[in-house]
Design a protein around this ligand. Structure first.
Ligand code: NAP
Ligand code: GCO
Length: 265
């Protein structure tokens, strides 16, 4: 049974994986036997990422490209294919968030979030799918969010993008399932990474950020998640063990979506 979870012989591309959730997923894929390819938007981040992977005993292949730029994506996917091999597993992890009240957000800012969080997963998935079809198998994992299901103040663009990403996940599953390609999502809860650091900053008096306390009260696990909490679910969705799981978003959220929240004392 355990060999069904092996990624031996597989090549995995994780976007935006110099650090954070992408890094943790790539590290887990390596532990399961995969060859790691990752990107980031600038050379400095990629160099730092390569060094970090090396320090963790991982000879990761780092590439610099902007996931929103279709020409760059197509050129680098071709370069990866010639230098490393055909991509078996794609994790669309790269993402941004802008926390701005909707009526104060410009259309440009809205489009920037949609571009990275929704258009880019389309672009990168489109670039890797033909070779997956030719090879007769493939795995695409889109990193969705609580905001694929729920809204909250100031994250209109992010919620629209992540809601769209859930449906893009279902559509890729629908359109390419017959080629033994599975496309699923992971919906992390609130994870302690640089992206959520502003929500966890201690107050001037040393008390917890109100949003930090709020999330703790909304999470049955009564804690923020760590990037490592996503490792096992990601390996499962990247492995043969999930070959009949398709179009699913696996929420790794400590139970937030199941819980009304702790009653205030
Ligand atoms: P993060 O710490 O902000 O890391 C995101 C990574 O994506 C960074 O390395 C970033 O590079 C890269 N990136 C951004 N725009 C890019 C572009 N155009 N091209 C290439 N790379 C780009 O975020 P995270 O917390 O690890 O989150 C990773 C994913 O999980 C995101 O999709 C996020 O929406 C999602 N997510 C996060 C949480 C959470 O609580 N943290 C929960 C649910 C879902 P730069 O450093 O240059 O920006
Ligand atoms: C926010 C947070 C969330 C998390 C994550 C939750 O501002 O509400 O950044 O959006 O990043 O997406 O699943």
């Amino acid at each position: 049974m355990l060999k069904n979870f092996s990624l031996e012989g597989k090549i995995a591309l994780v976007t935006g994986a110099s650090y954070g959730i992408g890094y943790a997923i790539a590290k887990a894929f390596h532990a399961a036997g995969a060859t790691i390819v990752f990107n980031d938007i600038n050379a400095d981040l990629v160099q730092k990422g390569v060094a970090a992977y090396k320090a963790d005993g991982i000879a990761a292949h780092g590439y610099v490209f902007d996931v929103t730029d279709e020409q760059q994506v197509n050129d680098v996917v071709a370069k990866i294919t010639s230098e490393v091999g055909v991509i078996d597993i794609l994790v669309n992890n790269a993402g941004i968030i802008k926390r701005i009240p909707m009526i104060e957000m410009s259309a440009k800012e809205f489009r920037q979030v949609i571009d990275v969080d929704l258009n880019a997963p389309f672009i990168v998935s489109k670039a890797v799918l033909p070779a997956m079809i030719a090879k007769g198998h493939g795995k695409i994992i889109n990193i969705c969010s609580m905001m694929s299901e729920l809204g909250r103040e100031t994250v209109s663009a992010y919620a629209a993008a992540k809601g769209g990403l859930k449906m893009l996940t279902r559509n890729i599953a629908s359109e390419y399932g017959e080629y033994n390609i599975q496309c699923n999502g992971i919906g992390p809860g609130y994870i302690a990474t640089p992206q959520t650091a502003p929500l966890r900053e201690l107050q001037a008096d040393g008390s917890r950020h109100p949003f930090d306390s709020f999330i703790i009260s909304k999470t049955p696990a009564a804690r923020w998640g760590t990037s490592e909490d996503l490792a096992g679910p990601a390996v499962f969705l990247a492995s043969e063990a999930s070959n009949f799981v398709n179009g699913h978003v696996l929420y790794v959220d400590g139970g937030i979506l199941a819980y009304i929240g702790k009653q205030p004392k």
